[in-house]
Design a protein around this ligand. Structure first.
Ligand SMILES: Nc1ncnc2c1ncn2[C@@H]1O[C@H](COP(=O)(O)OP(=O)(O)OP(=O)(O)O)[C@@H](O)[C@H]1O
Ligand SMILES: [Mg+2]
Length: 241
């Protein structure tokens, strides 16, 4: 199996001398959905932001398909094949759905953009119907879909998402996760940070539990959900014994 994303002993933080990510090692193989869980403040967002080039890295490295991409400026990451959907502010609310996609596709050869936007509309029929609406008028779930479509439009190898289910009603959580499952089946590798451990582990292949800036546990998604110690410590539910 091809190791697409390989994060080795990554150290990163927002201020000099204060590491938040403390030697984290995670990887994702081709076509995997890898879930990152952990308590609030564990450093989940900081870790994926550091991988995406948004938090200064002071140690370790990130390989994409064997090529070092450590600390590549965030705007160049998509050209290397790594797309990141942040938790908030991941769309332009005052642009239409179609304009949001056109802006995101800006690094593609200009002549190919309209066809690629149509491909995105084929993948996300809801967005196609609302292409002329302002993105700010979409529902929460549709906004997340637009954010995902914006990330996918440039053909990334790896899609990283920070809590795509945050603030969504159960129906939309189900829709977003079902769509991520489909995207994976189309060949993408996904790294998913989630508070919603149950939904994430249900579609995930493998999961890490992060604690204090590094991975504390790793295992198949199904096993992790059923491990009573981990469930109580990190996943926010108590396993009935
Ligand atoms: N922009 C920032 N500047 C300085 N410190 C930050 C910044 N963002 C996060 N931190 C600190 O980094 C630590 C880890 O935060 P992070 O957001 O990565 O955790 P998390 O696991 O994503 O938590 P949550 O589950 O609440 O989203 C926290 O102590 C937080 O205060
Ligand atoms: Mg976070």
């Amino acid at each position: 199996m091809t190791r697409i994303l390989d994060v080795q002993e990554l150290v990163a933080g927002y201020e000099p001398g204060l590491s938040i990510v403390k030697g984290a090692s995670i990887h994702a193989d081709e076509g995997e959905i890898v879930v990152i869980l952990g308590p609030n403040g564990a450093g989940k967002s900081s870790l994926i932001k550091a991988i995406a080039g948004l938090v200064p890295v002071t140690g370790g490295q990130v390989l994409l398909d064997g090529v070092p991409i450590t600390a590549t400026p965030a705007h160049l990451m998509v050209r290397r094949g790594l797309a990141f959907v942040p938790q908030t502010e991941n769309i332009f609310p005052l642009l239409t759905v179609q304009e949001n996609l056109a802006v995101a596709g800006g690094i593609l050869p200009r002549a190919t953009v309209p066809a690629r936007i149509d491909e995105m509309f084929g993948m996300f029929p809801d967005l196609a119907r609302q292409r002329r609406l302002l993105a700010g008028s979409l529902s929460g779930g549709q906004r997340q879909m637009l954010a995902v479509a914006r990330a996918l439009i440039v053909h990334p190898r790896v899609l990283m998402l920070d809590e795509p289910s945050a603030g969504l009603s159960p129906k939309f959580v189900e829709m977003v996760f079902a769509r991520l499952g489909e995207i994976r089946r189309a060949g993408l590798t996904i790294v998913l940070v989630e508070q919603n451990a149950r939904a994430a582990l249900a579609i995930g292949d493998r999961a890490y539990v992060l604690a204090e800036g590094r991975e504390a546990h790793e295992g198949p998604a199904a096993t992790l959900w059923n491990d009573p110690v981990i469930a109580e410590l990190y996943l926010g539910h108590r396993k009935a014994s």
